[in-house]
Design a binder for this molecule. Structure first.
Ligand SMILES: Cc1ncc(COP(=O)(O)O)c(C=O)c1O
Ligand SMILES: N[C@@H](CCOP(=O)(O)O)C(=O)O
Length: 463
């Protein structure tokens, strides 16, 4: 298996090459040249497998033998060993055919742990084997940051630089990142929003001349293919529990950078019978506007009660566009680089194609809180605001009630006290391993929204 760029101008790369980078040299994102496809019988034979065993089957074709099977198996098993629930990703029924997939049983209480626990181990293995040192550079709206630090902080060959938007993440999210000890951990608060942080990261990948000679940048955001690869697994895991592959299944996914829902799109391409994928957004609704009104234009990024989804420039949408545009890299580049300059529209036939799989819905803060309160009252289950948006969008968009609808629960409510309080409910207690979070020392620096401020800072720390 080779990986190619969505802009069509970069040489094909191996798994190890895409693991150890971020963007392709032409500014595009890597995708597999061809997607592995599993037969119905093969998928059916995985019913009842423990999470890690299923993950090995799904992930193996993407690694292409570049890591020996036995090693890969062990890295996967170790990644999910310490999750707080034996099912790793437990499923909960909230109404007749409505399900919630709990993806927050990892160490940092968000779905990011599924990929970043594995990414940290894959990097550690490859870097030690090849005797290489790298600098990880990531942007976070709150959850990727702590999951990346937790996944990679033990790797001696990695220095970690995580940018978060100053005063725009929740207090628990900030403390989870800024209280991580270690000489190799560098938290930077940027005076700007998440899109600003992500732009700095992408610009730095494009010109790495600021790094010492023996270093290269590696991404921990979902621009790194390995992130997406690991996130495909739980779509299979959940679907198998409600009767797939013998019946279709739908998913509702709280969406920001489009990584999570893109993983669901790939699961479908690999043979999982997915009927509907619901794009659930907060008022930063560029993707909802595109799907519902064919309006792909930047609006003002406004803070919400679901801060992790305060994103407008949705990185992985480019990967989907690459397929939608029949893998025409030039057309993709033209479409995505015009964002911000003009209002972009899809040709009608392509919009209809997108709409045949994707539905979308945007949920405001008030409704988010109402849903948190209602679901708690009806089921005793406390949702975080991102999950509440997914559940509401699922209810609004579910086309066929006979098809199970699974909403992805992407974070634990304890991370978002503001929303829980505004819903009139009490915030749950922090889990045992985070009990002293509010007493831990915090370390971070605040920098202007300026690429040279960040690259200068990184150079100073690395030299
Ligand atoms: C809790 C939570 N939910 C949903 C999302 C959206 O996921 P994606 O960016 O993959 O669309 C994020 C962050 O991206 C998140 O942290
Ligand atoms: N919501 C994310 C934003 C970054 O998304 P990623 O999936 O590309 O890492 C966060 O919490 O940081």
């Amino acid at each position: 298996m080779k990986y190619i760029s969505t802009r069509g101008k970069a040489p094909a790369s191996s798994f190890e090459q895409v693991l150890l980078t971020g963007l392709a040299p032409d500014g595009g994102l890597y995708v597999p040249e061809t997607l592995p496809r599993f037969s119905k019988e093969e998928i059916a034979s995985w019913a009842g497998l423990p999470y890690d065993e299923l993950a090995f089957h799904v992930i193996k074709p993407f690694v292409n033998g570049e890591i020996p099977d036995e090693v890969l198996k062990q890295l996967i098993t170790n990644s999910y060993r310490d999750f707080s629930h034996s099912a790793v990703a437990p499923m909960r029924n909230i109404n007749s055919n409505e399900w919630v997939l709990e993806l927050y049983c990892g160490p940092t209480l968000a779905f990011k742990d599924f990929a970043l626990q594995l990414l940290g181990r894959l990097l550690d293995y490859v870097l030690i084997r090849d005797d290489k040192k790298v600098a990880v550079l990531g942007a976070t709206s709150g959850d990727t940051g702590s999951a990346a630090l937790e996944g990679c902080r033990h790797c001696a060959n990695i220095d970690l630089f995580i940018l978060h938007p100053y005063q725009r993440v929740s207090e628990v999210q900030r403390r989870q990142m800024t209280s991580v000890p270690g000489e190799n951990v560098h938290n930077i608060a940027i005076r700007g929003n998440f899109d600003d942080c992500q732009k700095i990261v992408k610009t730095a990948f494009g010109d790495q001349s600021f790094l010492p000679e023996d270093r290269q940048l590696v991404a921990v955001n979902s621009i790194n293919w390995a992130r997406i690869m690991a996130q495909i697994v739980y779509y299979f895991y959940a679907a198998l529990q409600v009767g797939a592959p013998h019946r279709p299944v739908s998913f509702s996914v709280p969406t920001g950078n489009f990584g999570d829902i893109y993983a669901g799109y790939l699961a479908r391409g690999m043979g999982l019978p997915v009927d509907q994928l619901v794009i659930a957004t907060n008022h930063n609704d560029i993707l909802h506007r595109l799907i519902s009104q064919n309006d792909y234009s930047l609006g003002e990024l406004k803070a919400s009660l679901s801060p992790s989804m305060d994103i407008m420039v949705s990185s992985n949408f480019e990967r989907y566009l690459f397929d939608l545009f029949d893998r025409d890299g030039e057309a993709v580049e033209k479409f995505v680089t015009a964002l911000g300059e003009t209002q972009q529209q899809l040709p009608e036939a392509l919009l209809q194609k997108a709409q045949s799989l994707f539905s979308s819905y945007a949920v405001d803060d008030e409704t988010t809180c109402k849903v948190i309160a209602e679901i708690y009252q009806d089921t005793g289950f406390l949702l975080d605001p991102h999950t509440a948006i997914g559940v509401e969008a699922a209810r609004r968009c579910h086309r066929n009630p006979a098809v199970p609808m699974i909403s992805l629960a992407t974070a634990h409510p304890v991370k978002f006290a503001d929303a829980v309080k505004k819903a009139g409910l009490e915030n749950p207690a922090l889990p045992l391993h985070m009990q002293d979070l509010f007493e831990r020392e915090e370390r971070y620096d605040v920098l202007d929204n300026d690429i040279s401020a960040v690259t200068g800072y990184m150079r100073q720390q690395l030299c």
